[in-house]
Design a protein around this ligand. Sequence first.
Ligand code: ATP
Ligand code: MG
Length: 383
Amino acid sequence: MTTVIIIRYSEIYLKGKNRGFFERLLEENISKALKGIKCERVKQSGRYLLDGYDEEDSEEILFRLGRVFGIHDMSVAEKVPSDMDEILRASLNVCEEEGSFKVLCQRADKSFSLNSMEICAEIGGKILEARPNLTVDIHEPDFYVNIDVRENGTSLVFKDRVKGPGGMPVGTAGKGLLLLSGGIDSPVAGHMIAKRGMKVDGMHFHSYPYTNLQAKEKVITLAKKLSPYTSGMTLYIVKVTKIQEEIHKKCNGDYMVTLLRRFMVRIAEIVSQKDGAQCIITGESLGQVASQTIEGMTSTGSATTLPILRPLVGFDKEEIIERAKAIDTFSTSIEPFEDCCTVFLPKHPVIHPRLSDILKEEAKLDVAALVEEAVADIEVLSL
Ligand code: ATP
Ligand code: MG
């Protein structure tokens, strides 16, 4: 049996000039996802056909395409010569043992001897003859038999549509820099924004030797798990040890996290200029911890001119965990390595910081020099 994979994309967003742009990025992302697998891709209206792959690769192909945003659904179809006996044989192959069915037919080959209605009627009748257990239900069938008579003398027969990841092709909605801690939330935030078509790169802050090397490895693992969804990812790893030591030495310790967050976005903004990122993405959720109050978020936001996207702002932890499990980052996120935010953690972090107090604390530091030093020493990984 020879199969092809039909990849369909949602055409809702495709108006006018947008279409070519959307399709080009989707094609690029599909090629990238299928790197190393031999196959040919043919473009048709609203869909692609993948052909010429080894049968044993088909599951891997479906798995990888399940992470390419912009794909609405997929089907594995049997490819047969456009001949009614062959089409019937393939149709019987996709039938369930019992239940009701409906035959659907599309006919691009207008020279084919029967029209689509006639094909449906004939194949439907013959299925009923061959499988007395089955019935026809044109309104609410248990399954469909789909027949697609193509122009090139071949027909495709398939049953299921496997749901794709939906969303928009990554790269159609600009680029953002995800602040990727080792926690549960930030990978989920990156995934959500990538789903809307934004290219996402990552930035992680560590405080070695206060945080250990395993914590860094964990973040690299998380970035690798995200990168099939983001069509590759550049990960910036930034050492903030000196910044934390200086804050610890010179400032009111209760402001540690507040001040550190402001350093994070300043560094992210500088890197964004080279990276082409137009915004910062975080995994913050309102009220989840002391630093995620509206005052905390305002304080962080006022240290950068870039917009900060917080897709999880209105989510409960439970909802975030559910998503983290679905994208397979949860098991990594719960590995127990310390994040830099827990280094020098004060007993009573400020919950409602006021900008005037923050500025008083920051005046005790050489902010520009500390930022410059951290930026000069960034490690860059391409995943
Ligand atoms: P997460 O589960 O994403 O770590 P969290 O609930 O632990 O979130 P915080 O630790 O307060 O919350 O962090 C809030 C957000 O700040 C994170 O979602 C992330 O975007 C960013 N952030 C925090 N620490 C780091 C870090 N070490 N490196 C990069 N980004 C960080
Ligand atoms: Mg965290």
